[in-house]
Design a protein around this ligand. Structure first.
Ligand code: SF4
Length: 481
C-alpha cells in the first residue's frame, strides 16, 4: 500500500472494517501494551521519563540541524566505500533502485522490513519489471503471501490469527501447517532460506542513520535484516532523510526507547550497524535518502515534530480509535495517530484531511510516545489546516461545514451573542426536555445521540461561576477569621 493519491474516506473504511480484523487487532495491541508497561515499570518511571526527555531532545536537535547532519552523513558513507543517492520523491527513489537492479541484472531481491519502501510502492515497481521480491520479516512475509498490506507499522500481520496464518501457509506453501507459532515461523524460515542465497540484491530500510560515522542502524527481532543486508552482493537501503541522528550516544538513547516501546523488551534481538563496505559483506552499498515531502513538513513549525517519530507503534497500540477500526481504515501505509499526522502532511489534506479527525484527542498516544511528540496538538493543527485549505492543495472543506464553522466563530467570539445563544438554546429545548436529558435527535442531527445521551442545557455557566467564586471567597474569609 503506497501513499494514497485519491481521497481517503476514513468513515466509510471504518464502517467496512472486518470485526475479525478488529478483534485480532485488539488482542495483539493489548498484549503489546501489557509487555511495554511491565518493562517500563521495571526500568523505573522517573528514569523512563528522563530517557523520554533525552530522546525528545536528540530527535529535535537532529531535525533542527538536518542539513548539517545529512552532509556529514554523506561524507562518512562515501568515505566508508558506500554511495549516496538523493531522491526528491517516490518516483526518483524507485528509478534509482530500478536502475541499480538493471545494472546488476538482478532477478530476485530479498527485503528486510521497510515502511519507506511501502510508502513509495517499491515492490510493485520492481515486480512490474519482472523482478521477484521476497519479504523476509515474518509479518511482512505473511501479508505478502496473503496479497495484503501491513495493518500496523511494527506488526504487519497483527490483524491475523494463527489459525488464519496456518490456513494461508497450507494454501500457498502447500505444506501441512498447524496453528502453532513456533512451527509457522519454522515453515517461513525454510521457505525463505533459498531466496536469501539466490537473491541478487538485498533491500532494507533503516531505523537510524548515524552521521558521525555514516552508519546505518537496522533493528529486527528475527535476524532477517542482517541476512538481507549481508548475503546478496548488492545492498540498497532506502531511508527517509529525517532518520539521521548526530552520534552513537544518540543511538544508545533511542535504541533503549525503541525496544521498550515496540516489543516490551529491554533490547531488540538483532541490532545491525552497517558502515559502508565491509569484508565478507556485499560488494556495493547504496544509500537512497528520500525526501518525499519531508522538507515541506519541516517548514511547518507545529507539524515538524511528527518527523521525530521513531516508528515504534506504541501510539497505535493505545489509540482507542485504531483499536475500534483496525489499520486498514486509515487507507494508507502509516496508520493510527502517526498515520493521522504523516499521511495528510505528505499528501495534503485534500486527500487525507479526514484522518486528523480520526482521533478523540484523549492524549493517550502522547503519553506513550517515547520521543514525546505532541500528537494531539499536531492533529488539532492539521484540522485547522484542513478547514483553511492547504497552501499546496487548495481548499477542500465542504461549503456547508465552512459556513457553520464561521457562524460558530462569530457567536463564540462575541460575549453578547454567546449569552443570547445560550438563552435561546434553553428556551427552545424546554418542550423536549426529559429531566436532565434531551431525547435522541432526528437524522441527520442524530450522530451524537446514536452513541450517547445528549444532556439538556441547564442554567448559565457565567452565573454559576459567579456564585461559585463568591461561595469560595466567603468560605476562605471564614477560615481566615
Ligand atoms: S508517534 Fe511516537 S508513539 Fe507513535 S510511532 Fe512515532 S514514536 Fe512511536
Amino acid at each position: 500500500m503506497t501513499l494514497p493519491v485519491s481521497k481517503i474516506d476514513f468513515r466509510k473504511n471504518s464502517r467496512n472494517a472486518s470485526p475479525a480484523v478488529v478483534k485480532a487487532t485488539q488482542n495483539s495491541t493489548r498484549t503489546a501494551l501489557k509487555k511495554r508497561a511491565e518493562v517500563v515499570e521495571e526500568f523505573g518511571e522517573e528514569h523512563w521519563q528522563q530517557l523520554r526527555r533525552a530522546g525528545h531532545e536528540v530527535r529535535l536537535h537532529a531535525l533542527t540541524h538536518l542539513n548539517r547532519y545529512l552532509a556529514k552523513l554523506e561524507q562518512n558513507v562515501v568515505a566508508a566505500g558506500g554511495k549516496v543517492h538523493w531522491a526528491r520523491d517516490a518516483e526518483e527513489a524507485k528509478g534509482i533502485v530500478l536502475g541499480l537492479a538493471s545494472r546488476h541484472g538482478v532477478k530476485s531481491i530479498v527485503k528486510a522490513k521497510s515502511m519507506v519502501s511501502e510508502e513509495i510502492g517499491l515492490n510493485e515497481a520492481l515486480e512490474a519489471k519482472g523482478i521477484r521480491v521476497f519479504e523476509t520479516d515474518l509479518g511482512e512475509f505473511i501479508v505478502q503471501l496473503a496479497g495484503q498490506h501491513p495493518s500496523h507499522i511494527t506488526a504487519p500481520a497483527l490483524h491475523m490469527t494463527k489459525e488464519e496464518i496456518a490456513e494461508l501457509f497450507r494454501e500457498k506453501l502447500k505444506i501441512d501447517a498447524r496453528p502453532v507459532p513456533e512451527e509457522l515461523t519454522e515453515h517461513a524460515r525454510l521457505a525463505l532460506r533459498k531466496e536469501f542465497l539466490n537473491a541478487g540484491m538485498g533491500i532494507s530500510g533503516g531505523n537510524f542513520l548515524i552521521a558521525e560515522t555514516g552508519t546505518l542502524v537496522i533493528v529486527t527481532n528475527e535476524g532477517n535484516g542482517r541476512m538481507s543486508t549481508t548475503l546478496p552482493p548488492v545492498h540498497v537501503a532506502v531511508v527517509g532523510i529525517e532518520k539521521v541522528i548526530p552520534d552513537w550516544e544518540s543511538a544508545a538513547v533511542l535504541l533503549k526507547l525503541l525496544a521498550r516501546s515496540v516489543s516490551g523488551s529491554k533490547i531488540t534481538a538483532y541490532n545491525t550497524f552497517i558502515t559502508g563496505i565491509r569484508e565478507g559483506g556485499p560488494k556495493e552499498f547504496h544509500l537512497v535518502l528520500l525526501d518525499n515531502g519531508r522538507s515541506r513538513i519541516l517548514a511547518d513549525e507545529v507539524a515538524r515534530e511528527a518527523l521525530m517519530c521513531i516508528r515504534c507503534g506504541a501510539c497505535m497500540n493505545t489509540c482507542p480509535v485504531y483499536n475500534q477500526v483496525g489499520g486498514y481504515a486509515y487507507g494508507a501505509v502509516y496508520q493510527g495517530p502517526i498515520g493521522s499526522m504523516l499521511t495528510p502532511l505528505m499528501m495534503g489534506t485534500a486527500i487525507a484531511g479526514g484522518l486528523p479527525f480520526a482521533s478523540t484527542l484523549c492524549g493517550a498516544c502522547a503519553e506513550l510516545c517515547p520521543v514525546m511528540i505532541p500528537i494531539p496538538e499536531i492533529l488539532l493543527h492539521l484540522r485547522k489546516r484542513f478547514v483553511e485549505g492547504d497552501a499546496f492543495e487548495g481548499p477542500s472543506v465542504p461549503g456547508g461545514l465552512k459556513g457553520m464553522a464561521a457562524i460558530g466563530r462569530w457567536i463564540l467570539g462575541s460575549p453578547a451573542l454567546y449569552r443570547l445563544g445560550a438563552r435561546l438554546a434553553r428556551i427552545f429545548q424546554a418542550p423536549l426536555r426529559r429531566g436532565d436529558w434531551l431525547p435522541a435527535l432526528p437524522p441527520p442531527l442524530n450522530r451524537w445521540t446514536l452513541a450517547r445521551p445528549f444532556p439538556a442545557f441547564k442554567g448559565d455557566f457565567r452565573r454559576w461561576w459567579k456564585g461559585h467564586t463568591a461561595a469560595a471567597g466567603s468560605k476562605e474569609g471564614k477560615t481566615h477569621e
